[in-house]
Design a protein around this ligand. Structure first.
Ligand code: ADP
Ligand code: MG
Length: 250
């Protein structure tokens, strides 16, 4: 099957001001349409830096990002309409209700009020949050906030969804509904780029992945193809340790 390319990353470099070491170090990657594509690696590997540049939240030091063949720097307005962002740090207004937060986020994408209201109700239902619709976010648990954070990123039905550690630090039930929803969205055609340091989780949901260490890609492939290639390893974690060694990274 000839899969078209959703994202192409060419020789990406990010050096933060005041830092001598590159956070992203000549990273190149092709991400085909229709994947749940994982960036896997330990803390400080450069996953968030790469993801934030891909979705336009940060600027690269050098290198090129093409989203569906278009350079982000030239077509940022068009691209922003097509992508969704679920950041690692929850970006919700604590004193507004869940519903009010979602109205704000959906409004940014120019959705009409009636359609937006319909989508918000549907998503709150899917994520088991209907009865908390009118509660202020400050009274939500961590897992509930993560679910709202995810809804905020998908209300406009993006073609490509970027998620940074969407299940970190939450209860098992919240994690389950998030992972199942991601799989469902993917089955309906959404391409996803997702970061995680959980190799187990990645093994479950990723169709392809890039293992990242010290700002660069050290291995790519589907979970099955990687397990076949590194046949002495029982799981992704063992492959990762084989490739990177056991030295602590931070
Ligand atoms: N805003 C920033 N300013 C300076 N250094 C940063 C900033 N954000 C991240 N870094 C550094 O860049 C490297 C990669 O970080 P990050 O992309 O957050 O990794 P990951 O998401 O894989 O944990 C780390 O060494 C981190 O300390
Ligand atoms: Mg990160």
């Amino acid at each position: 099957m000839n899969q078209s390319t959703a994202i192409e990353i060419r020789d990406l470099v990010k050096i933060y001001r005041g830092s001598e070491k590159a956070a992203v170090n000549h990273l190149s990657l092709m991400i085909p349409c229709g994947e749940i594509y994982g960036f896997l690696g330990p803390n400080g590997a450069g996953k968030s830096s790469t993801l934030n540049i891909l979705c336009g939240l940060r600027r690269q030091t050098s290198g090129t990002i093409l989203i569906e063949g278009r350079d982000f720097r030239e077509y940022s307005r068009e691209i922003r309409q097509k992508i969704g962002i679920v950041p690692q740090d929850i970006a919700l207004y604590p004193t507004l209700t869940a519903y009010e937060n979602l109205l704000l986020f959906g409004g940014v994408y120019g959705l009409r009020r009636k359609e937006l209201d319909k989508r918000i109700r549907e998503q709150l239902h899917t994520f088991g949050l209907t009865s908390s619709k009118n509660k202020q976010i400050q009274y939500f648990s961590g897992g509930m906030k993560r679910r709202i954070n995810l809804i905020a990123g998908i209300l406009h039905h993006p073609c490509i969804l970027f998620l940074d550690e969407p299940t970190v630090g939450i209860d098992v039930q919240s994690k389950r509904v998030i992972l199942d929803t991601l799989k469902e969205l993917n089955a309906r055609g959404t391409t996803m780029v997702y970061t995680s340091h959980s190799m187990d989780e990645a093994q479950e949901i990723c169709t392809s992945l890039a293992m990242i260490d010290e700002g660069t890609v050290i291995e790519t492939g589907s979970p099955a193809s990687l397990l076949e290639k590194h046949s002495e390893c029982r799981n992704l974690e063992e492959i990762y340790l084989k490739l990177t060694g056991k030295r602590l990274r931070d």
